[in-house]
Structures are given as structure tokens and as C-alpha cells.
Write a protein that binds this ligand. Sequence first.
Ligand code: SF4
Length: 104
Amino acid sequence: MTNLTCNAHCCTYNKDNLCSRGDILVTGTGANHPSQTECDSFIGAGRDCYCNSSSSGKESISIACEAINCVHNQDRNCSANHVGINGSKAHSSSETECSSFQMR
Ligand code: SF4
């Protein structure tokens, strides 16, 4: 499990910089830079960016990750202690990124 903070405030799962899902998927199979990754679990919360999830934000989360060039990737799971998802202006998955990606 990884401590995750996320500033994608227009995601329906975002609650005060935490994710209210129990798990997420990060994509970026050929990524060699954070900008080439994205949070595939992002779902736009509409124009008012209202969180539609009834679950509370979770400090610890399971992350499946396809960014196999990242030093934290172990068998397509994230082994980092802390991960930050960036997407403060995101309205789609493609506008998010894993800022903790580090090239092997
Ligand atoms: S830190 Fe690396 S392994 Fe973990 S989610 Fe981000 S890109 Fe994937």
C-alpha cells in the first residue's frame, strides 16, 4: 500500500487531496518521464468539480501501474512509500500524471 496525495480536484473521487477509491491504475507502459504517465482511474466530476463519492479519502491505497520503466515499479505494482498524482487543472485522465515517476 502506498500513501497517495492527489491534486486532481475535478476527479469525482478526490476528497481534500486524497483519493476515495481503494485502488487506482496508473498507465504509461513506455513512459520515461512523469508527463507520459496518467491516472487511468480519473473520472471527471463535471463542471462544478463536485466529489460524487460517498467514501472518505484514503491515506493508503493500492496502485497498479503499467509504467514499467519507473524505479518504483515491481511486477506492475507500485512499491513507493508515497506517490503524488498531479492534475490540478485536469478534466480527463490524459491531463493527470504521476509526479513520483523516476526513470530506472
Ligand atoms: S511512482 Fe512509479 S510505479 Fe509508482 S505509480 Fe508512479 S509511475 Fe507507477
